[in-house]
Write a protein that binds this ligand. Structure first.
Ligand SMILES: N[C@@H](CCC(=O)N[C@@H](CS)C(=O)NCC(=O)O)C(=O)O
Length: 183
């Protein structure tokens, strides 16, 4: 399979996708399952999920929303033209507004602490610049609280260390467009 390493194909033979966490030589895949695994495997460190059952259900709902919606819709933004592109743009604006509402006036989706939804959504902050270019909108205008949250996330060492720069992501999308024959 072009562009996919043997290690990825061996580690995630079913979906053949990233991310894959290799812990003690064993693969864990699907980002939300990885986050749950981290909570389970490191019980002595602060949990990403809140302890209150209702709050847990809400965190799971929004993380699942991010997982199902953001990457897929973002891909349609750079891949499609015309009406399907306009639909993807409208959907991305709705997604960002919904997430802005879920964040509300909290510092993080997890409240005062960086939690489950923050960890699920933070990787996409590097893609915002490309979404803005391909969608011709401004995250700060559509979802100002999400834009401020993205900046706060970027100030965290753990996030800053793990993300590619927005320019690198834009460049990467250029490579993907060539691979998919998108003009
Ligand atoms: N629900 C999966 C989505 C994984 C996913 O879509 N990964 C993309 C990159 S972010 C990928 O590996 N794409 C390559 C492909 O589809 O072949 C997760 O969150 O782990």
């Amino acid at each position: 399979m072009a562009g996919k390493s043997d290690r990825l194909l061996r580690s995630n033979p079913v979906h053949k996708k990233v991310p894959v966490l290799l812990h003690d030589g064993r693969p864990v895949y699907e980002s939300l399952i990885i986050l749950n695994y981290l909570d389970d495997a490191f019980p002595d460190t602060p949990s990403l999920l809140p302890s209150d059952p209702y709050e847990r259900s809400q965190a799971r709902f929004w993380a699942d929303y991010v997982d199902k919606k953001v990457y897929d819709c973002g891909t349609r933004l750079w891949k499609l033209k015309g009406e399907p592109h306009a639909q993807a743009r409208a959907e991305m604006l709705e997604i960002l507004k919904n997430l802005d509402g879920a964040l509300g006036d909290k510092l993080f989706f997890g409240g005062d602490v960086f939690g489950f939804v923050d960890a699920a959504f933070a990787p996409f902050t590097s893609w915002f610049h490309s979404y803005e270019k391909y969608g011709e909108f401004s995250v700060a205008e559509v979802a100002p609280r999400v834009a401020a949250w993205a900046k706060r996330c970027g100030e965290r060492e753990s996030v800053a260390k793990s993300l590619y720069s927005p320019d690198k992501i834009y460049e990467f999308i250029g490579v993907l467009k060539k691979m998919h024959g998108v003009e």
